[in-house]
Ligand binder design. Sequence first.
Ligand code: PMP
Length: 426
Amino acid sequence: MVLTMDRNPMEIFEHHESQVRSYSRSFPTVFKKAKGYKMWDTDGKEYIDFFAGAGALNYGHNNEKMKQKLIEYILEDGISHSLDMGTEVRAQFLQRFNEIILKPRNLNYKIMFPGPTGTNTVESALKIARKATGRQNIISFTNGFHGMTLGALSVTGNSFNREGAGVPLTNTVAMPFDTFLDEGDSIAYLKQYLQNAGSGMDLPAAVILETVQGEGGINAASFEWLQEIEKLCRRYDMLLIVDDVQAGCGRTGTFFSFEPAGIQPDVVCLSKSIGGYGLPFAITLIKPEYDIWGPGEHNGTFRGNNLAIIAATEALSHWETEEFAEAIQEKSIIIKDRLDTIVDKYPQLQATARGRGFMRGIACGEGKEDYADKICAKAFEKGLIIETSGPSSEVVKFLGSLTIDEEGLHKGFDILEEAIEEVVRN
Ligand code: PMP
């Protein structure tokens, strides 16, 4: 389809779209087509995608099987919108999620459909924790990111985003994440706050965390740290909420990011890639004993996005055998090697490599933070889509689709190295 526009689309965005726009600034082109790990703009220029819709496209762009299922359903006039009315596809999703994901992992959760975004599932998790415990306070962690609505923002660390609230963000306490303190033990610190009657902190309803902080700079918590947090939750009757919106759906090498730590959160937030095809979708997993909602107590018009549910159900096929997880884990060795090589080869960056699985990055050292943005901008010119994260945008963040092949990975990292080479030379 050819759209006739009398002006350059970039000018149209500038003229009509709000100042809040961000990605059309960092990737200044007009995209037209995408398949797997590649995207093309209106000039036909090809890009390798190491961004994957900020983690919403773990299965790549326009996955063929999901596309066929969607087309068939649309052609049959299947229900598209239905709030949380009963639909066949909703029942199928619930059944398959239980059989393919929960049962084999010995997990028992009720599945809630909040509105279809990450911030929606987080809001629902915070609410249910407060309702279930009768407490108000929530413990969050430094550099955590949980979304832009007020509840989610109140547990988000980033000051730029927090200031956007325009009102005080209350009833939360930020504690040091595993990797935050240069010296000292973050668990001992938290323990002291919980047990010392003079700490000034009211006992919290819940602790919310990302096992690997995505927006906060690819900070991966150790499994021991996660286990210690779980123990504290049990000791003080706080719910453990794992926000797996970005780290879940295979991103770290297992379906849930917390699996290798052997912990069992009380509530799990999923969005982004749970929709499979990049369609808006979110679910909140709640241990049955905490599923004490009244009907419609937390609701939303788009809880029945059946197109997303169809793609989500098809996406679960990836998890029917061990093969997909094994392939992620194997390919993630390449990612780690390439990032380690970059760190060694470019001491000018004073960088360190971070992360797990397909959620990795290199953090440019103190005083070198600016390099990260420059590297991503240069990489984009050369046909690679990659973004930064971290409180000072100091981390070049790899977030490619899990379905990318080895050739795609190497091509992308070759471009990244070329970009770094040019940036450090100038
Ligand atoms: N939690 C985490 C861990 C996230 O990374 C994000 C999005 N980057 C969100 C919540 C919010 O998701 P959404 O943008 O869909 O509201």
